[in-house]
Design a protein around this ligand. Structure first.
Ligand SMILES: [Zn+2]
Length: 255
């Protein structure tokens, strides 16, 4: 099985999962790069996985369905479905795609949107706009408590899980992590690796759960240094992890 990044818009990634002559895509905001990649690699699209309703994640669905009418579309049960006939999935739903040797389970991860889901299995995590390398999605619909809980669930996945985020935001996210945790040596090393990738125009993703737990301040709200920095920003004591998270998210919004 191969997971390939397809660029869309300014900084989106559409993930193409290929195996033999079959393929699935995650969050096809635009059909054109998907159709081109399928043709180039001689792959037949069998499934579309949607993490949330935003147009930059769903905009290509109808055009892909026109080209591949038998494709199964999976989308969050808690949101408007991206196509008639889409299969609504929720916490615990299993998605078995034997043609791709793919066995995924749905995790509900509200915060960025209220119905946002992630797909986990085969040591892969497709997390949409919930977790980014060095960051997390903006809270358009959910509360800080919800997002903190969602991120904690993702952080509890096995360390070696490969994390396929939907945007190339890593470098700017790390500048924020560095402002919060200037003495995190693992972060400094990672910043150099990421800068090199960006210079060479190579994706910084996938990341891993192990890496994110070491460098991403939004997963590090229990660290005393992170809490102290968030308290400096909030100008008050923050006794609960979700309050530290909320302060970091507000700080990042204006960063
Ligand atoms: Zn979004």
């Amino acid at each position: 099985m191969n997971v390939i990044s397809l660029r869309a818009f300014n900084d989106n990634y559409i993930w193409l999962i290929g195996n033999g002559h079959k393929a699935a895509v995650v969050d096809p905001g635009d059909a054109a790069p998907v159709l081109a990649a399928l043709a180039e690699r001689e792959l037949e699209l069998v499934a579309i996985l949607i993490t949330h309703h935003h147009h930059d994640h769903t905009g290509g669905v109808s055009q892909l369905l026109a080209a591949y009418p038998d494709v199964q579309v999976f989308a969050p049960a808690g949101e408007r479905l991206p196509a008639p006939g889409a299969i609504a999935v929720q916490e615990g739903s299993r998605i078995l795609l034997p043609e791709l040797a793919l066995d995924l389970t749905v995790l509900e991860v509200p915060g960025h949107t209220l119905g946002h889901i992630a797909y986990y299995g085969n040591d892969l995590l497709f997390c949409g706009d919930t977790l980014f390398s060095g960051g997390c999605g903006r809270l358009f619909e959910g509360t800080p408590e919800q997002m903190h809980h969602s991120l904690s669930r993702l952080a509890a996945l096995p360390d070696h899980t490969r994390v396929y985020c939907a945007h190339e935001y890593t470098q700017s996210n790390l500048a924020f992590c560095h402002a919060v945790e200037p003495d995190n040596s693992r972060l400094l090393t990672y910043m150099k690796e990421v800068a090199k990738c960006r210079q060479q125009d190579v994706p910084t993703l996938p990341s891993s759960i192990e890496c994110e737990k070491a460098i991403n301040v939004f997963l590090r709200v229990a660290q005393p240094e992170v809490r102290a920095a968030a308290e400096m920003f909030a100008l008050r004591e923050l006794n609960e992890e979700h309050a530290v998270f909320a302060a970091l998210r507000r700080w990042k919004d204006d960063f």
